[in-house]
Design a protein around this ligand. Sequence first.
Ligand code: 5GP
Ligand code: ZN
Length: 112
Amino acid sequence: MSDCIFCKIASGEIPSDFVYEDENVAAFRDLNPQAPVHILVIPKKHYASSAAVDDSSVWSSLMNSAVKIARDFGLEKNGYRMVINTGEQGGQSVPHLHLHLLAGRNLGWPPG
Ligand code: 5GP
Ligand code: ZN
């Protein structure tokens, strides 16, 4: 997707500091963090949302990467949250699948 901001980040067209990268996944800090730790984990392949995923290996690479990042950042002790907003009412604003990894403060529930 040539006009997708997260595809451009994943490909390096927009330079970013990745906190994690492998063949399938890239992870980088959110531009507008909602918690002291706010990392976005994305598949390098473009999927418009969670609803568009047609390959179950996307889920294993995304979730395994998020848990690995949480481990590497030492987030297990105090806890963390993983969120995937999907579609309009789900609060998705960037149409490239991404998982939010949030930590570093008490996170409210239920979400707004
Ligand atoms: P959504 O609302 O779609 O679940 O989350 C999109 C997230 O992407 C938001 O938290 C927003 O701050 C973040 N974001 C949007 N554009 C950029 C960008 O160009 N760079 C980074 N690092 N984050 C972005
Ligand atoms: Zn994309």
